[in-house]
Design a protein around this ligand. Structure first.
Ligand code: F0G
Length: 456
């Protein structure tokens, strides 16, 4: 019996990739001010910038698109999606949005106020920014192991329950709800165990606080529970996901990840709290409650995607992809965050470029060098994304300096991953020549998207 795990799909439609030379890439990166976000996608060979909205839809999803009901109000497509989400989450109320951050903005606007404080395992950048924009403090309480790139803990996305309890005792009056991000994207795509999620939910409940789940990658999290947590091996991923949702009071979702669609998101809420206020704000800024910023066809594709993402052959292949890349990189002497997460491999830039100092922005420098070396686009998860320039002009730096290579769903094949691993290992051999970078322009919020740099 062959042991190679194959892509569990055939390819029906293809897009060409344009080959580029190193000197062409030098010119293009200089034009993009050393910011991979400012490159044209056509100038990228393998685009691992994000797994968000970049997946390939299935023939079944494209078929469903033709069935989209584009009625302004009460569209059939809404009720189809609502039924799928009710079955999955057990939550009564669906509020569709155009993507995850719109769900965050709307929910936070109605459920939190200036001066509040929201704990999470780790807030993703848009989540943190949307809270901070409303004057709410976003507190990260991931377990200590989650901050140690080499620690092999199986659930590095877990929240530190002792610190959460201490926070609730000290500042409980300021906490409108707690959050958990599944999987923990900023911490390495690491899963949260059912035991930790249950304990977090119970702790919050004892303090009278609801739990909001950020479920962008709920299916990957559920598969990790099946593979790693005692007692779950024989359960279906669907039933594990349902159990995860049962521990929350609501969720925000960027459907561009485990919804297997190119655009979409939603809020789902267990009971009536926040629903009316959120719907009113939705009407003001997204659209009527039965489409909320999406077309009927988008709702259809999402209804199919939320079912397909739970196929275990798909999830096994999906998690194996990151694991395989991790194995190849480690064999080439490249340090990564271990164990590999669900949607991405994170390169440890401090280990890759030990000659660089924090003010050289090592993870940013590595992301630029990867593009030059192999036409590969990854994203910095380090001090540009999470550090800050204080009002007095000094900088704060992030503990970890990572480059995330996030893998679009059902898009690249094994030879693409082999090529990427070879290019990264070749760069490792000449890493001493990679220079640091200096910021030449930045904005106040989410500066990584538009910042400009020069080589140091
Ligand atoms: N929460 C998490 C955990 C995310 O990873 C993202 C997006 C969002 C919320 C916001 O969703 O993009 O639909 O508005 N993450 C993308 C990424 C952008 O590349 O990891 P959105």
């Amino acid at each position: 019996m062959p042991t190679t795990l194959i892509e569990p799909f055939r390819i029906k439609s293809v897009e060409p990739i344009r080959m580029t030379t190193r000197s062409e890439r030098e010119g293009m990166l200089a034009q993009a001010k050393l910011n991979p976000f400012l490159l044209r996608a056509d100038d990228v060979l393998l685009d691992f910038l994000t797994d968000s909205g970049t997946g390939a839809m299935s023939a079944k999803q494209w078929g469903a698109i033709m069935e989209g009901d584009e009625s302004y109000a009460g569209a059939r497509s809404f009720f189809r999606l609502e039924a799928v989400i009710r079955k999955l989450t057990g939550y009564a109320h669906l509020i569709p949005t155009h993507q995850g951050r719109a769900a965050e903005r709307i929910l936070f606007s109605v459920a939190a106020k200036k001066g509040d404080l929201v704990p999470n395992n780790t807030h993703f950048d848009t989540t943190r920014a949307n809270l901070e924009f409303g004057g709410v403090e976003a507190v990260d309480l991931v377990i200590r192991e989650g901050l140690e790139p080499q620690n092999p803990h199986p659930f590095k996305g877990n929240i530190d329950l002792d610190r959460l309890e201490a926070l609730l005792k000290k500042d409980g009056a300021r906490v409108p709800f707690g959050m958990m991000t599944l999987t923990n994207n900023s911490g390495g795509g690491q899963p949260v165990s059912m035991a930790n999620l249950r304990a977090c939910s119970e702790l919050l409940r004892r303090h009278g606080k609801p739990l909001v789940l950020d479920v962008c990658r709920f299916a990957e999290n559920a598969m990790f529970i099946k593979l790693r947590e005692p007692g779950y091996a024989d359960r279906t991923v669907e039933s594990i996901a349902q159990e995860m949702f049962s521990l929350g009071d609501g969720c925000t979702m960027s459907a561009k990840k485990d919804g297997l669609v190119n655009i979409g998101g939603f809020i789902a809420l267990k009971d009536d709290r926040w629903v009316e206020a959120a719907r009113n704000l939705l009407i003001l800024t997204e659209g009527f409650p039965t489409y909320g910023g999406l077309a009927g066809r988008d709702l259809e594709a999402l209804a199919v995607g939320l079912e397909e993402v739970l196929h275990e052959d798909y999830l096994r292949y999906r998690l194996r992809t990151a694991e395989y890349m991790g194995e190849r990189l480690k064999a080439g002497g490249v340090r990564i965050v271990e164990p590999t997460g669900g949607h991405a491999v994170y390169l440890d830039a401090k280990a890759f470029l030990p000659h660089l100092r924090p003010e050289d922005y090592p993870a940013w420098a590595l992301s630029a060098a990867l593009y030059l070396e192999g036409g590969i686009r990854g994203v910095e998860i380090g001090s540009v994304m999470f550090g800050k320039r204080r009002d007095d002009g000094t900088e704060t730096y992030h503990t970890m300096e990572l480059v995330r290579l996030a893998f679009p769903r059902r898009v690249y094949t094994q030879s693409h991953f082999d090529y990427a691993a070879e290019a990264i290992c070749e760069l490792k051999a000449k890493a001493a020549a990679v220079k640091g970078v200096r910021l030449t322009k930045q904005s106040r919020f989410l500066r990584h998207f538009t910042a400009e740099f020069r080589w140091a």
